[in-house]
Write a protein that binds this ligand. Structure first.
Ligand code: GUN
Ligand code: FE
Length: 429
């Protein structure tokens, strides 16, 4: 359908900028070549070659972007949340990730992960696989089958892991080359590789140097973790005494390519690091569920927004427990309200529209023009049937969106479109 023109009718709402709410109630969007070409109050004249799709009375919202999660932690999400980051990694996460050496195991788990992303309305994501190349390619294959777009990372880690999840520096380099080569055919379907040093403690200087050179030479994007936990930060200081701070470790190895970097967590930042997020146009992946579950802390999202730093939301499965990004919106708001209250109002709360922006246009900015209903933007949308919320009293379109996020769930998503294409239930045979 993406090459064709069609007109879609419903109640549209999106947040093109942080805090800006745009509503087109009972309106008509024309989609041409997969992109929004017009938004009108009246039904446009349509000839026989134009399909008309009527979602009268339905809420139509941008598809979600999840800018940080781990496919290989889907099975262990919800486990070990009485630990902090480093013991949680060693006791639960690393042993589980080692199981992805077996492609048959990867096949079973990834069918569920990608199906559930589709079901949750997450049409774009930046996702970590494990260090296993074959599993990482299999994950790309699943995204291709589902019609979702994704940045997929084969994880690099050549030190400080458990015995069953280790690669040597040479293996890590060789396998990354193999991964990049095998990823090529997926590019035209919007499934792209991303360089993924797990976090600074997992990578030797030599591996970091090689990855940074690769990022510079190829233009590939980078994703990693930073400033999540105080113990982790102290450890990084010991491991990289020559760098000014944790974020600077990545910068010192050329691993913060301009406008092509996602950094997850970003909770405990110095002034220099805040400035570097801005200067390098890093997309900060705010992961509120994970940050609460692992007692990591509360990221000051309002301050990030006020400084003009790009922020998206991450489910961070399995530090986070829920895939539905509506849940991350809820948690981002809750944590910001607690931070405001507990800091004697030193930090401001974020608005609903700011949190919704992170989940759509904010995170979406990493994937091109997506996450809002503006001319020229990819038509990436979810049709939500919220009739059970409006039968008792009328609600404005903005109130309906809030009800969907806070009181609804993904079972209300009736249809999904990416690049103007209707996305049917993925068929993994
Ligand atoms: N830091 C390094 N690896 C991980 C991980 O898998 N999850 C989280 N939350 N933080 C990390
Ligand atoms: Fe993570």
């Amino acid at each position: 359908m993406s090459g064709q023109r069609f007109v879609i009718h419903g109640d549209f709402i999106s947040t093109p900028d942080p805090g800006e709410v745009r509503i087109h109630e009972n309106a008509y969007i024309t989609v041409e070549g997969g992109k929004v070409s017009g938004i009108e109050k009246e039904r446009p004249d349509t000839g026989p070659d134009v399909t008309f799709i009527d979602y009268k009375g339905k809420l139509i919202i941008p598809g979600f972007s999840d800018v940080h999660l781990h496919a290989v932690q889907y099975v262990t999400r919800g486990l070990g949340y009485d630990k902090e980051l480093l013991p949680w990694l060693n006791d639960y996460t690393f042993p589980e990730e080692s199981r992805f050496q077996d492609p048959a195991y990867g096949e079973r788990v990834f069918n569920d992960v990608v199906h559930d992303l589709w079901a949750s309305g997450t049409l774009h994501c930046a996702i970590f696989s494990s260090l296993h190349t074959d599993a990482s390619i299999l994950l790309m294959e699943k995204f291709a089958k589902a019609g979702l777009s994704a940045y997929v990372g084969k994880v690099n880690m050549d030190r400080n892991s458990v015995e069953e999840l280790q690669e040597t520096t040479e293996e890590s380099i060789r396998e990354t080359e193999r991964f990049l080569e095998a990823a090529r055919p997926y590019e035209e379907r919007g499934i792209l590789p991303i360089l993924t040093p797990r976090f600074a403690p997992s990578c030797s200087d030599e591996l970091m140097r090689w990855l940074g050179d690769k990022a510079m030479e190829t233009g590939l994007p980078v994703q990693s973790h930073v400033n999540e936990n105080q113990g982790e930060i102290a450890w990084v200081r010991e491991l990289f005494p020559q760098s000014n701070n944790y974020l600077a470790v990545y910068e010192d190895f050329d691993l913060l390519p301009q406008s092509r970097t996602i950094m997850a967590h970003c909770i405990h930042n110095s002034e220099d690091e805040m400035q570097m997020f801005l200067d390098k146009d890093v997309l900060v992946a705010h992961c509120p569920d994970s940050n609460a579950n692992l007692a990591s802390g509360i990221m000051a999202a309002g301050e990030m927004i006020d400084r003009g730093i790009r922020v998206g939301l991450g489910s961070d499965i399995g530090g986070g427990n829920r895939l539905f990004i509506g849940h991350a919106i809820e948690s981002a708001m809750r944590l910001s309200r607690l931070l405001w209250a507990e800091s004697d109002h030193a930090y401001r709360t974020i608005t609903f529209a700011e949190a919704f922006h992170m989940a759509t246009a904010g995170g979406g900015s990493f994937f091109g023009k997506t996450g809002a209903f503006l001319p020229g933007y990819s038509f990436d949308a979810l049709v939500v049937d919220d009739s059970r919320f409006t039968r008792y009293r009328p609600l404005s379109v903005f109130e309906r969106l809030q009800k969907f996020v806070f009181a609804g769930d993904d079972r209300q998503i009736e249809a999904r479109y990416r690049g103007g294409e209707f996305l049917p239930l993925p068929d993994f045979d």
